[in-house]
Design a protein around this ligand. Structure first.
Ligand SMILES: Nc1ncnc2c1ncn2[C@@H]1O[C@H](COP(=O)(O)OP(=O)(O)OP(=O)(O)O)[C@@H](O)[C@H]1O
Ligand SMILES: [Mg+2]
Length: 271
């Protein structure tokens, strides 16, 4: 069976600086991993600021071209496609970003986004189909269309709006969600609810989620597998609990020690 997502030695370099100080930055270097089609999972990408996580996410989303290597979704190369292929691709892979308030135009009502997404990517032929699809997606995140109808983004809490962003991502029935620091701006008390929601989406909808985070505690709690990145390279990869309970690479150890808390040191009651 063709894998859902395959990265093979993916690289990204940027040119930086002025005419005299021009130099190349290797933001992502030879990253390879596969997410299988028949095995939904939460795949965490962990690493300090500047380690290349967002660059990697943007390449997977087709928002940025790879400088080297190959990246394919269900066997089709990501990037460089016609508008129709791009729309089909966007339906399958959906992003969730760090700040839900930036993901929504403050002047537009929330239901507008959901209905628009349902018509554009979700295959809804008319308004009533779009409303039904939006309601289904909102219910999958613990909300409903009647609850959000007519409300503006600022009328919701960060945690609620992040749920709406997840619902919007679900409307097109994606196979893969790329969530880049999705809980770092959400109030701590709501963080676990969102992380648990990812687990539910994996288990109930069979979605795979790439969960990008600095937060080892939530990665340890929810991720099935993970990679740890440092300066664009993968320094450690494997089953999340095994890696975080017994990191091998000095950088992974440092990361673990930096956030050492009773939660991360492995109380068996966590899951
Ligand atoms: N468009 C760009 N032009 C030039 N350099 C870039 C660009 N985008 C990212 N970089 C550089 O690539 C490197 C990786 O950045 P990236 O944003 O992927 O890191 P990150 O792991 O997501 O960091 P953070 O945890 O702070 O979000 C950094 O050195 C960054 O400055
Ligand atoms: Mg980033």
């Amino acid at each position: 069976m063709t894998a859902l997502l395959t990265l093979n030695n993916v690289c990204k370099s940027f040119m930086r600086g002025g005419i005299l100080s021009r130099h190349r930055i290797e933001a992502v270097k030879n990253v390879s991993f596969t997410i299988e089609n028949n095995r939904p999972e939460i795949f965490a990408i962990i690493g300090e600021s500047g380690s290349g996580k967002t660059t990697l996410a943007r390449m997977i989303l087709g928002m940025q071209e790879v400088s080297g290597g190959t990246l394919s979704l269900e066997g089709n190369r990501v990037g460089g496609r016609t508008r129709k292929e791009r729309l089909a691709f966007m339906a399958k892979v959906q992003p969730i970003f760090q700040n839900p308030f930036e993901a929504f135009n403050p002047l537009k009502k929330i239901d507008y986004y959901l209905l628009l997404t349902a018509m554009r990517f979700g295959g809804s032929a008319d308004l009533s189909e779009a409303e039904a699809a939006a309601d289904v997606a909102l219910r999958q995140v613990g909300l409903s269309l009647s609850e959000v109808r007519g409300r503006f983004p600022h009328e919701m809490s960060g945690g609620q709006l992040q749920r709406v962003a997840i619902a919007r991502a679900l409307v097109s029935k994606p196979r893969l969600i790329i969530a880049d620091e999705p809980v770092s701006m959400v109030d701590a008390s709501l963080r676990m609810a969102i992380v648990n929601l990812f687990g539910e989406l994996r288990d109930k909808l069979g979605l795979s989620i790439i969960y990008i985070t600095h937060d080892l505690a939530t990665a340890y709690y929810i991720a099935d597998r993970l990679i740890i990145m440092q300066k664009g390279e993968v320094v450690e990869a494997g089953a999340a609990r095994a890696v975080l309970s017994d990191p091998q690479h000095p950088y992974s150890k440092q990361l673990r020690d930096a956030v050492l808390s009773p939660q991360v040191t492995g109380s068996p009651s966590i899951k």
